[in-house]
Each structure stands twice: as structure tokens, then as C-alpha cells.
Design a protein around this ligand. Structure first.
Ligand code: NAD
Ligand code: DAU
Length: 369
């Protein structure tokens, strides 16, 4: 098992990254430090990490405890900042979440996706290669770069079959094409320069802190506000849903025990047609918020399809299960209910994120420090 002690988490203020930081710092068997490098784009929100900052950040030092959480605001494309961060904190591990992550935005404006997902990943890989090279020219072996990627790089499935680690890449949106490019660069750095590296391709995540542009939080919040529930196309596209903590546990398992140079698929083994998922979500929101399910169903509105909308994603994650012993631990019903409850019990987070006022909150409470 690798000993990972000083971990650079990129994109740690986003949905999966902030959940990862909570999850890892909550583990008694992890006593290392986390350095969160995030540019705080529209999707990055330090409000997701207020409790972490209070418990493990600068405030911890004031009580005499060792500081275990550091935030660096910056762009992964900024090479000199990334170099300074590696050298200041003596980074031995990278887990790279930072990305432009929303397919619809990539259709409207692909450039940011190419910049962050391709150039940003290249910059991190290249700085890691330099920082971890020994004077002899050999690469350190006690280090690891974990690249977090998506099942969307594999394209679209028909009614049958699953994505395995051997499925050829066939990305079909600017988002998935930029992630595919970043995966290829990551593997190239392993093969060419011997960079110790693991890579994971995961299916759709859901859970707390997800920005409400993605299907599940968007639908929950629209239901609460009595707004239309926009279903793309015929609503029969299929996604394979995984609770975010299960994703993070898989990432950590791979980081500790995965073989360098290998990729691992992570999935929920939990396929849902969008319209069926929405119907289930309506029942849960109606129960938890005391709303009328029939009225919520009346909000369903079929809208024009997403261009190039992938029909079906489904992951075969048997390699991860067999080789590293990971398995999903949260059922879809439990995870969805917890997610609904989280959005219901965090109205201030929701209203700030919905109105864009969380940017002001960050300015006032954080970046000015
Ligand atoms: P997100 O959009 O919620 O968060 C992305 C984070 O990256 C934000 O905090 C943002 O500020 C930061 N960021 C963006 N550009 C940056 C830059 N140039 N420099 C530094 N920071 C920058 O994304 P997410 O849903 O948490 O996804 C995280 C990763 O997981 C991504 O790589 C994504 O491709 C992958 N992934 C996501 C899912 C999913 O369902 N959400 C599934 C599989 C894989
Ligand atoms: O599969 C992993 C990917 O899952 C990640 O790599 C991406 O970062 C993440 O955003 C997600 O991509 P999707 O495009 O699958 O997620 P999204 O939530 O945007 O959409 C899920 C499905 O719901 C998809 O078939 C499109 C549909 N949809 C989405 C929205 C936002 C709707 O029908 N209506 C909507 O309003």
C-alpha cells in the first residue's frame, strides 16, 4: 500500500473535490496534509469547505494542533504557480479533479474546456515530472499522480454492452474530447517519463454540493421553486449513477493500491433512464418536502435535445472490484434521499449558489484574507 502524505487536490472547491476532502480528512487512518488548488470558477465554492477550514486550516494552528488543510487560489494552467505550490508544500501526491465539467457549457463555449482540461492537465503533469525527478535523472517511486476522468471518453452505448478498460475512446462532445485528450497525456507521461500514475474513468456522480446545473440538483431545486423540469429529447437516455462518496472511496483505493500505469473503471452498476429517474426523484422530493407529487409531475417539460446527446453510459467495474476489493456501499434510494435532504436543509447555500451571491460571500469571507 502506498503511503501518501502531502496531497495536492486540484479542483477541491468543486463538487467531487470538496466531497473528497471531507471524506479523506474524516478518515482516522489518514494523517497527512491536503493542499487544495482551485481557481474558483463559477463551479468552485469555498463555502463547501467552511468546516474543513475551521477544523484543519489556519484556525487549527491557533489551538496548537498541526495544520492539515491549505487553500491556494490559482489556475492549473499557471505553471509558475503550480511549481511554487509543489516546492512550498513538498507535494508527493496529486489527485487531479480540476476541470470544466458540464457538457452543455462545452457545447456553448469549448475553449475553456480545451484550456483547463488539456493545457491545465499538461501543466500539472509536466511540473510533477520535473519536481519528482531525482538528480540521477530517474523518477521518484514514492510519489503518485492520480488523474480523475469520466466514462464519457468512451462515447455512447447502444442497448447492450458495457464500457470496460479496453473500450476504445470515442468522445463525442467538446467536454469528453478534452477529457480524452487529458487521459492520453496522463498515460503518455507515464510511458514516456516513467511518471507514477493511475487513472480512473467514472460514471455519473450525485450527492451534496453538486452545482445545480447538473440533472439531479437542478431538478430538485426546480421542484422546490415550482419551475419547469426540462427533460432533453425523449427522456430515455440512460446514465449509470454513483453516490459521490463511493466514487471517492474508489479513487482513494486506487491511489493506495492501484498499479501504476493502469486505468480503472468506476461505476454504480445502476442504470436509469432520465425520465424514470425524474419520476423517482419527484416521489422523494414530494415525501421529504411535503409537496404534491402530481403537481410536481405536471412540471415535467420535454425540451429540445442536447446536440450529440450520448444515448447510454454503463460501466463494467469488475476489474476494480476483483483486483482492489472496492464495492459500492450506498444504494440509489438511500443516496438520492440523502441528497434531497441535503438540498432541503441547506437553503442558504442553495440561494447563494442559485443567485450567484456565493461569489460575493467568497470575496468577503475568504479570498481577502
Ligand atoms: P465541478 O465542475 O463541480 O468542479 C470543478 C472544480 O475545478 C471547481 O472547483 C473549479 O473552480 C475548479 N477549476 C476549474 N478550472 C480550473 C482551473 N483552470 N484551475 C484550477 N481549478 C479549476 O466538477 P466535478 O463534477 O466535481 O468533477 C470533478 C472531476 O471529476 C472532473 O475532472 C470531471 O471530469 C470528473 N468526473 C465528474 C463526474 C460527475 O458526474 N460530476 C463523473 C466522472 C468524472
Ligand atoms: O458520465 C460522467 C459525466 O456525468 C461527467 O463526466 C460529467 O462531468 C457530468 O456532468 C455528467 O455528465 P452528463 O452530461 O451525463 O450529466 P448531466 O447532469 O448534464 O445530464 C445527465 C442526463 O440528463 C443527460 O442525459 C442529459 C439529461 N439532462 C440534463 C439536464 C441538465 C436533461 O434531460 N435535462 C437537463 O436539464
Amino acid at each position: 500500500m502506498r503511503s501518501l502524505t502531502t496531497i495536492l487536490v486540484t479542483g477541491g472547491a468543486g463538487f467531487i473535490g470538496s466531497n473528497f476532502i471531507h471524506w479523506l480528512l474524516g478518515r482516522a487512518d489518514f494523517q497527512g496534509r491536503i493542499i487544495n488548488l482551485d481557481a474558483l470558477t463559477y463551479a468552485g465554492n469555498l463555502e463547501n469547505l467552511v468546516d474543513i477550514e475551521a477544523r484543519y486550516g489556519a484556525a487549527a494552528e491557533e489551538t496548537g494542533a498541526a495544520r492539515r488543510y491549505f487553500f491556494v487560489q490559482g489556475d492549473i494552467c499557471d505553471r509558475s504557480l503550480v511549481e511554487r505550490t509543489f516546492s512550498k508544500y513538498q507535494i508527493d501526491t496529486v489527485v487531479h479533479f480540476a476541470a470544466e465539467s458540464h457538457v452543455d457549457r462545452s457545447i456553448l463555449g469549448p475553449e475553456a474546456f480545451v484550456r483547463t482540461n488539456v493545457l491545465g492537465t499538461y501543466t500539472l503533469l509536466d511540473v510533477a515530472r520535473q519536481a519528482w525527478r531525482l538528480p540521477s535523472g530517474a523518477m521518484r517511486e514514492d510519489v503518485l499522480f492520480h488523474h480523475v476522468s469520466t466514462d464519457e471518453v468512451f462515447g455512447s452505448l447502444g442497448e447492450e454492452g458495457y464500457f470496460t478498460e479496453a473500450t476504445p475512446y470515442d468522445p463525442r462532445s467538446p467536454y469528453s474530447a478534452s477529457k480524452a485528450a487529458s487521459d492520453h497525456l496522463a498515460m503518455a507521461y507515464h510511458h514516456t517519463y516513467g511518471l507514477p500514475l493511475t487513472l480512473s474513468n467514472c460514471s455519473n456522480n450525485y450527492g451534496p454540493y453538486q452545482f445545480p446545473e447538473k440533472l439531479i440538483p437542478l431538478m430538485i431545486l426546480n421542484m422546490l421553486e415550482g419551475k419547469p423540469l426540462p427533460v432533453y429529447g425523449d427522456g430515455r437516455n440512460i446514465r449509470d449513477w454513483l453516490y459521490v462518496e463511493d466514487h471517492n472511496e474508489a479513487v482513494w483505493t486506487i491511489m493506495q493500491e492501484g498499479q501504476s500505469g493502469r486505468t480503472y473503471n468506476i461505476g454504480g452498476e445502476n442504470e436509469w433512464e432520465n425520465i424514470r429517474l425524474l419520476e423517482r426523484l419527484i416521489e422523494l422530493v414530494a415525501e421529504e418536502a411535503g409537496l404534491d407529487a402530481a403537481r410536481l409531475r405536471g412540471l415535467i417539460t420535454y425540451v429540445k435535445d442536447r446536440p450529440g446527446h450520448d444515448r447510454r453510459y454503463a460501466i463494467d467495474c469488475s476489474k476494480l472490484k476483483k483486483e482492489l476489493g472496492w464495492k459500492q456501499s450506498v444504494t440509489f434510494d438511500e443516496g438520492l434521499r440523502q441528497t434531497v435532504k441535503w438540498y432541503l436543509s441547506n437553503p442558504t447555500w442553495v440561494s447563494r449558489v442559485r443567485s450567484g451571491a456565493y461569489r460575493e460571500w467568497i470575496e468577503k469571507n475568504y479570498t481577502s484574507r
